[in-house]
Design a binder for this molecule. Structure first.
Ligand code: DGP
Length: 234
């Protein structure tokens, strides 16, 4: 059976070091001559991404449902090209993915209501059937530590109490991904030195670089009975 490229995602709170680590990893892969591609979500360069960018910078206001669907659409814009790249043997690395979609939207609160405006299941629905990652590396960091890092607080969600809630939802997502037994969710300490985190990431990614014959799966298809990653991507 033909080998395909592996699909790797890096997730984490704001200022957890994701983008730095994603860039270091892609450089390492390219130095090692492993066909690879980095995709960053949200991709702020597309027409949909420009609406998201303006919202994140608080230059515009959008209904919570609308912005959630825009983030998802921003991933669907490139879903078929991710599949094509994987099938061509390219390792695809995403800096954030659908997991951020759930964690940031489901963490929202309204001052006048005890109920979150967007339910967890509602937040997951638009991303059902996206290509599923083989490995998700979650860079864990305490919000109070993230806050001390440069640039924190510039954008809409960069507030310590928001990040606390986001972290709790990421925990739930990780447990569900792991218990479904398809695709790995690995928690790494994002509070360590940059070089140490780089080493741990490389130790996990290197074995994947020879490719895989496993079919590309669909994210959260047939969610009943906790079967999060079930259908084949064919
Ligand atoms: P970044 O460019 O990685 O700093 O991400 C920008 C911000 O957008 C960050 O606070 C996390 C948030 N974010 C990323 N993806 C999503 C998503 O799909 N939905 C929502 N609501 N927020 C997201």
């Amino acid at each position: 059976m033909a080998h395909r490229g592996p699909f790797v995602v890096i997730e984490g709170l704001d200022r957890s070091g994701k983008s730095t680590q994603a860039e270091a990893l892609i450089k390492r892969l390219q130095d090692e001559k492993i066909p690879s591609k980095l995709i960053k979500f949200p991709d702020r360069s597309t027409p949909i991404g420009k609406l998201i960018d303006s919202y994140l910078r608080s230059e515009s206001e959008l209904d919570d449902h609308v912005v959630h669907l825009l983030f998802s659409a921003n991933r669907w814009e490139v879903a078929s090209s991710i599949v094509k790249d994987l099938q061509a043997g390219t390792l695809v690395l995403c800096d954030r993915y659908a997991f951020s979609g759930i964690a940031f939207s489901a963490s929202k609160l309204k001052p006048d209501s005890p109920e979150p405006p967007l339910a967890y299941e509602w937040c997951r629905a638009p991303d059902v059937s996206l290509p599923a990652p083989d490995l998700t590396l979650f860079l864990d960091i305490l919000p109070e530590k993230a806050k001390e890092r440069g640039g924190f607080g510039e954008e809409r969600y960069e507030k310590e109490e928001v990040q606390e809630r986001v972290r709790v939802i990421f925990d739930r997502i990780g447990e569900e991904v792991e218990s479904a037994g398809a695709g790995r969710w690995l928690v790494l300490d994002g509070g360590l030195d940059q070089e140490e985190v780089e080493k741990s990431i490389w130790a996990e990614v290197k074995p994947l670089t020879k490719g895989t014959t496993a079919p590309i799966q669909k994210l959260w298809d047939k969610t009943r009975e906790a079967a999060m990653l079930s259908a084949l991507y064919i």
